[in-house]
Design a protein around this ligand. Structure first.
Ligand SMILES: *[C@@H]1O[C@H](CO)[C@@H](O)[C@H](O)[C@H]1NC(C)=O
Ligand SMILES: *[C@@H]1O[C@H](CO)[C@@H](O)[C@H](O)[C@H]1NC(C)=O
Ligand SMILES: *[C@@H]1O[C@H](CO)[C@@H](O)[C@H](O)[C@H]1NC(C)=O
Ligand SMILES: *[C@@H]1O[C@H](CO)[C@@H](O)[C@H](O)[C@H]1NC(C)=O
Length: 315
């Protein structure tokens, strides 16, 4: 009796594992576009790419989200300004290596604008980067196109927030317009390279917050960074590139930094059954900015000194 009861679930589990291994794919080729309803799953299983509909919307967008958590959290959106109005969209490669979103009428909703590739493939990498490259190239991190160069509102571990001075590429985080509209809103987090390079949050053309300059360990306006032992924060400032990025020491940590649509930047970590969240699963907020009146740029002015601990503006 006991033996039978134990055998049955194991059989079911092995069937399920076999089934999910068979359907998961991480690649788009000329012959295998991605239709609405299909998904790519990254090697290792952390990320999913497919069509989604935001809350209170009927529009369809191609986006990236975490695979292993219960709340669909959109990390990147391809066609953020041009939604597909129905479920007839397809993400596909053209023969010269452009990744496009089109429908049965051949309307093009989005294009990666990739420079020419002879035998293109698009692949969702294990870190959440969607790349286009030559099918047979031995690649060491150089791609014809990569989504990590075109962030939406979120920074994942390994992504760069900043400027490539050789190409002029400016990777910033631009908030969604609203919860139901991923098109670019007013709030931007970018690397300001005039003067001492630092992260700067903008509301339109107004500076809203700045990180302070890098002291070798942390941004001076973000002293809490030093206390996050699971995170490694990096700041690169060379003649070629100026950027910020971060990674986790434990690769199983699920985390994201986001410029939210009400103008704050937040660093989240996914918590499973956490006491912090009353025993349930959810996003734990590790850090956010602006935090106090003090962090608001205009309140401090260029010569003001602010203490974030006391929220006081010191002369
Ligand atoms: C696309 O084609 C379908 C039928 O082929 C038609 O009903 C629909 O109006 C077309 N949509 C656009 C936006 O042209
Ligand atoms: C690897 O990267 C270096 C520097 O970007 C480049 O010169 C080299 O050709 C690359 N190797 C391959 C096999 O792609
Ligand atoms: C954000 O990046 C876009 C695209 O590179 C650029 O046009 C825009 O000026 C940037 N905004 C800021 C505030 O850096
Ligand atoms: C944006 O972040 C701030 C700070 O954590 C928070 O108070 C606010 O509710 C967030 N807005 C949204 C839309 O999540």
């Amino acid at each position: 009796m006991m033996t039978n009861m134990q055998t049955v679930p194991i059989f079911i589990v092995s069937l399920f594992v076999h089934f999910s291994l068979t359907i998961a794919r991480d690649t788009i080729t000329l012959a295998t576009p991605l239709a609405d309803g299909e998904t790519l799953v990254s090697a290792g299983g952390s990320f999913v790419l497919g069509f989604f509909t935001p809350a209170n919307s009927h529009n369809r967008y191609v986006g990236l989200w975490f695979n292993q958590i219960s709340v669909q959290t959109i990390l990147w959106v391809a066609n953020r300004q041009h939604p597909v109005p129905d479920t007839t969209g397809t993400l596909k490669l053209t023969s010269d290596g452009n990744l496009i979103i089109t429908n049965q009428n051949s309307t093009i909703f989005w294009s990666s604008a990739t420079s020419s590739v002879t035998t293109p493939v698009a692949k969702l990498l294990g870190n959440g980067n969607l790349v286009v490259r030559e099918a047979n190239a031995i690649t060491n991190g150089s791609f014809a196109w990569q989504s990590f160069d075109h962030p939406t509102d979120s920074l994942l571990p390994g992504m760069k927030l900043g400027v490539d001075l050789r190409t002029g590429l400016n990777r910033n985080l631009t908030a969604w317009k609203s919860e139901s509209d991923p098109s670019p809103g007013d709030y931007v987090m970018s690397m300001d390279i005039l003067g001492d390079p630092q992260l700067t949050a903008w509301a339109g053309t107004a500076r809203k917050w700045r990180s302070g300059s890098w002291n070798g360990e942390a941004f001076t306006g973000m002293p809490e960074m030093k206390t996050f032992h699971e995170f490694n924060f990096h700041f690169f400032n060379t003649k070629d590139e100026i950027y910020y990025s971060y990674e986790t020491t434990d690769k199983s940590i699920i985390t994201r930094m986001v410029m939210n649509h009400t103008g704050a930047t937040q660093l989240f970590v996914w918590l499973d059954g956490s006491v912090w969240l009353g025993g349930s699963d959810g996003w734990g907020l590790f850090w956010y900015a602006p935090k106090t009146k003090c962090n608001g740029f205009s309140l401090c002015g260029s010569y003001g000194f602010c203490s974030i601990y006391t929220s006081q503006m010191l002369a």
